[in-house]
Design a protein around this ligand. Structure first.
Ligand code: LMR
Length: 330
């Protein structure tokens, strides 16, 4: 009798444990490299908030900003290993997985952030979200940051002003070539290293939207920013394909619909956040902002344009044409 009671008690304990396990929420670790008060930082927090509200108990989101969990060098590997479930790397950081996304780095391809958005939402742009499935990566949406500006410790009016200067670049062959065209010296460094590299003179300049420049305090170690709008920093929110496909159908559908909602919000707010931070930099009085004349801007365009031809084969002439069409508002 005593034996039977013991067996029954054990069985009850086991089923309580398995019930508790069944009720364990699905954990999504969302890691990124920027500050929280930037478009991507805000997007990740918004995603967490809506998941808490609508899927609370079933899915839990933890956000790790500022390279606090993984930095540029390791985050993609961590996603593929299942150590994190979501990332939003800049579109310049996918060279290892696809050459197609290099399109976003072609200098002076897009006239403005609205054109970037139109291309992202075009059939060609949307097809890129699934272009890395073979490598185990699925894109859930595109988030804007904004157009890039060139900062330096030397005033940059004409392309020849950049000659011989060292510029930090993201891990992108296109961006590397862009600075080589200026006869400048590109250095690939992770985002977390940028401030210190500028401060100590490892590099003399870099390119980023206002929100990244201000939130990383780069303006404190850069005396000039030339407003070039010569390229874009946008993001692909990505997840691990195996993780995503393994989610219960209803959870996956809800997460995608939350992501779509957040994407609209991030993309509506991004330009405003960048303009706010441009004003913040002006107020800080650390940095002179240089506005180019139309003639000077076209000189920069001409100097950087040879990059297109070098990458046309890898990216595809058709894709470049589709992106150029996005410059014309329908
Ligand atoms: C950079 O590495 O310069 C940025 O793209 C970082 C980011 O995610 O915005």
């Amino acid at each position: 009798m005593l034996k039977l009671t013991r067996v029954l008690l054990c069985a009850a304990a086991v089923s309580i444990v398995s019930l508790a396990q069944a009720a364990d929420p699905i954990l999504i670790k969302f890691s990124h490299v920027v500050a929280e008060n930037t478009p991507k930082g805000q997007g990740a927090l918004m995603f967490k908030k809506l998941v808490d509200e609508r899927l609370g108990g079933r899915v839990k989101v933890e956000v790790y900003p500022n390279s606090s969990l993984f930095g540029d060098g390791k985050e993609m590997e961590a996603l593929l290993l299942g150590d994190v479930q979501m990332l939003a790397p800049s579109l310049s950081k996918f060279d290892k997985y696809t050459r197609k996304l290099q399109i976003f780095d072609l200098p002076f391809l897009f006239d403005n952030i609205q054109a970037v958005g139109r291309f992202e939402q075009s059939p060609e742009g949307r097809a890129l979200l699934t272009s890395m499935k073979g490598s185990g990566i699925v894109g859930l949406g595109y988030w804007h940051n904004g157009m890039k500006q060139l900062s330096s410790n030397k005033p940059l009016y004409e392309p020849s002003d950049a000659r011989g200067l060292k510029f930090r670049v993201q891990a992108s062959e296109v961006l590397d070539e862009q600075f080589k065209q200026l006869r400048a010296v590109p250095r690939k460094l992770s985002f977390a290293e940028v401030y210190q590299s500028l401060q100590t003179g490892v590099v003399n300049g870099q390119e980023n939207p206002w929100s990244n420049i201000y939130s990383q305090k780069m303006h404190e170690v850069q005396t000039y920013i030339t407003e070039t709008d010569h390229g874009v920093i946008d993001y692909m929110v990505i997840t691990n394909a195996e993780f995503w496909d393994g989610l219960p159908n209803d959870v996956r559908t809800q997460l995608q619909s939350i992501m779509d909602e957040v994407t609209v919000e991030v993309n509506n707010q991004a330009e405003q956040l960048n303009q706010r931070d441009k004003q913040n930099i002006i107020k800080a009085k650390t940095t002179e902002i240089i506005t180019l004349t139309p003639k000077q801007r076209s000189e920069w365009r001409e100097a950087m344009k040879p990059v297109w031809k070098k990458f046309e084969g890898a990216i595809g002439a058709d894709l470049i044409e589709a992106a150029q069409k996005a410059n014309i508002a329908q």
